[in-house]
Design a protein around this ligand. Structure first.
Ligand code: ATP
Ligand code: MG
Length: 316
């Protein structure tokens, strides 16, 4: 029985080389195992946390790619269902020359879109300490949103802490839908891990720190604001101005998956009883290493790699 449970989409990512738009005929690279909750689960398991994923893949080779990778890295995949008659979810991704990222998702009508409340079993939460929910899952469709809310309900009842990464993909929902779907999760979350842009979208504030303070007032005890190559800032009710933790300097090859890897570092740190600063340092290190390789899960470090990396940089 896992201590950390994630739920939501697993998929494969089919990637362009940098700077090649979708509109141009060119090669695609992949399949890379992906899906924000799957990346999170993979990263947490590599860090040594007992982690399970609730998800749905298709009965095809892409499904095998995802499931095999998760299993190899130590994720409990007993609750990753194989849906007959549906292909595994796919996301095409490309980076434009200015660094902005574009997605084309095949999720809602694929296996990932078949996730439903019946996939979430209360007995799976018996030893759980954290449930990790991602905003991207809330917007795949009705079934996936209901699965999230069922998991949140079970977690709340069982005293399992909820971590929430808004992980908003504007391609998947309107502003109004985003706020309405995220609100009940935000209110019940112990820790929320947004990017500055996401905090602003959720609250309507112009300033990311002010937006995070507003998020705190909704209910979570901790907000960990992710700032890409600038690191992260942890805010609590007591330390409203936040504790900034600088990033580790690395050469960024592919930023996809950094946020999910950061979440895994932070939640694993909390699970081990780290201080918030130490958890954020671990999370910054996991996030930094994750961007050094091409592919969403390819840079996820294991515990000894991240410990060596932090020691070599004078971290904790
Ligand atoms: P996404 O949702 O696209 O995966 P995100 O916006 O949720 O990303 P980021 O802020 O991009 O998350 O990255 C998460 C964390 O990873 C950062 O807070 C930082 O600690 C680390 N990180 C990301 N990019 C870099 C980088 N170029 N150099 C060093 N650390 C980085
Ligand atoms: Mg994110």
């Amino acid at each position: 029985m896992p201590e950390i449970i994630a739920l939501g989409e697993s998929l494969v990512e089919i990637m362009r080389r940098k700077g090649v738009p979708f509109t141009k005929q060119d090669v695609f690279l992949g399949p890379y195992p992906s899906g924000a909750p799957a990346i999170f689960a993979d990263a947490a398991a590599r860090l040594g946390a007992s982690t399970g994923l609730i998800s749905v893949v298709g009965q095809d080779d892409f499904g095998l790619v995802v499931k095999e990778r998760l299993r190899r890295d130590g994720v409990d995949t007993r609750h990753v269902r194989v849906a007959r008659g549906f292909p595994t979810g796919v996301a095409f991704v490309t980076y434009e020359r200015d660094g902005s990222r574009k997605f084309i998702f095949h999720l809602k009508h694929a296996a990932a879109g078949q996730l439903c409340a019946a996939d979430v079993k209360a007995e799976y939460f018996r030893k759980a300490k954290f449930l990790h929910v991602m905003g991207s899952t809330l917007f795949i469709g009705d079934g996936a949103r209901k699965a999230c809310m069922e998991a949140v309900r079970i977690a709340e009842r069982a005293g399992v802490k909820i971590s929430f990464d808004p992980n908003l993909r504007p391609e998947l929902a309107s502003l109004k839908e985003i706020r309405r779907a995220c609100e009940p999760v935000l209110r019940r979350a112990h820790v929320v891990l947004p990017s500055g842009e996401e905090a602003k979208i959720l609250t309507g504030e112009d300033d990311p720190l002010e937006a995070c303070r507003k998020l705190l007032r909704l209910g979570p005890g901790i907000v960990a604001l992710k700032r890409g190559r600038f690191g992260s800032t942890v805010l609590t009710e007591e330390v409203g101005e936040g504790t900034h933790v600088a990033a580790f300097k690395v050469k960024e090859v592919d930023p996809t998956g950094a946020g999910d890897s950061y979440d895994a570092g932070f939640v694993t740190g909390l699970l081990r009883g780290h201080s918030l600063k130490r958890a954020a340092t671990l999370a910054n290190a996991v996030g930094a290493l994750s961007v050094t390789k091409f592919g969403p899960m390819e840079g996820c470090p294991n515990l000894s790699e991240v410990s060596r990396f932090m020691a070599s940089r004078g971290g904790l």
